[in-house]
Write a protein of this length. Structure first.
Length: 293
């Protein structure tokens, strides 16, 4: 992303206006709504300001942009504007072409996260579709997007001896800090998944638990704590609900669930976090996209 694009993105996030001073709004409107000639103009409300994104040229740009914008939408504050900036402003913010941005928005529209209206603009839908895909394409932003947008309850946290099945990931640690969280659908309040994270003690010491009620662990590690994530290795497999999972997710014992394991590495090659997430089988599907280049 160029320096001018970064400045444009910063201006957009800070003020909801483009770098020329124009407000981020759609076109059109009713003449009856126009202010009196002698009255001071009333500025329109700022548009929704998405997070920034560092693009990986080895992955499809539209995919990275759609996942980053998806995470921003699902993790937005309650008082955030429902209006998105224009295609041109979003393209400048992410440093991509308008055609790439249009493809990313088309993906989010198909998912039911946004709606587009001629002359009025693009708006965030208050409700997302019920079944969410677990998509893996090598992007950290995809992981953040997958885990965003749900109400999170902290079930417990604290130091514990390294579990035997995680010993290979923490060979230099006698203990890890474990975080247990339950996620619920923001609309129905129905439990959708629960997660356990085992984090290195030196990293956990810098985590504010309150942040985990707002954002996924991956986002907290990268954007709040400042961990330079080099890669995340993901595994998804079908399992049967054990008693704890059945009770937390309110599903029958031994019913099918999706069991996700994500191992996060920093730039030094150390494992900083091992996430184990149990998804309700009736709420999630699993898909992988393999690129030919």
């Amino acid at each position: 992303m160029t320096e001018s694009q970064e400045r444009a993105g910063a201006d957009l996030r800070r003020t909801g206006r483009d770098t020329t001073g124009g407000a981020v709004t759609g076109t059109g409107g009713d003449a009856a709504d126009a202010p009196d000639a002698g009255a001071a103009p009333v500025p329109p409300p700022p548009a929704f300001a998405p997070d920034s994104l560092v693009l990986n040229r080895k992955l499809p740009l539209w995919y990275q942009v759609s996942q980053s914008l998806r995470a921003s939408i699902l993790g937005r504050p309650q008082d955030a504007s429902a209006r998105l900036p224009t295609e041109e402003q979003l393209a400048a913010h992410y440093g991509v072409s308008v055609l790439t941005m249009r493809q990313a928005l088309k993906e989010l529209e198909a998912e039911g996260l946004i709606s587009r209206h001629r002359r009025r603009g693009t708006f965030i839908e208050p409700r997302a579709r019920r079944v969410s895909p677990v998509r893996l394409l090598g992007s950290v932003d995809a992981i953040v997007a997958q885990q965003s947008g749900e109400a999170t309850t902290i079930l417990g946290h604290g130091p514990t001896a390294v579990p035997g099945d995680l010993a290979e990931f923490f060979p230099d640690c006698a203990e890890v800090t474990c975080y247990r969280r339950l996620r619920r659908d923001g609309q129905s309040d129905e439990p959708t998944n629960w997660a356990e994270n085992a984090v290195r003690p030196d990293i956990a010491a810098r985590i504010d638990v309150a942040d985990l009620e707002r954002w996924p662990m991956t986002k907290v590690l990268r954007d709040v704590v400042g961990v330079r994530i080099s890669r995340i290795t993901d595994t998804v497999e079908a399992r049967l609900a054990d008693p704890v999972t059945a009770e937390l997710l309110q599903v029958p014992l031994l019913s099918p669930i999706l069991h996700y394991t994500g191992v996060t590495y920093d730039e030094e090659g150390r494992v900083v976090d091992v996430a184990r997430i149990r998804y309700r089988g009736d709420r999630f599907s699993f898909s992988v996209t393999v690129e030919a280049h």
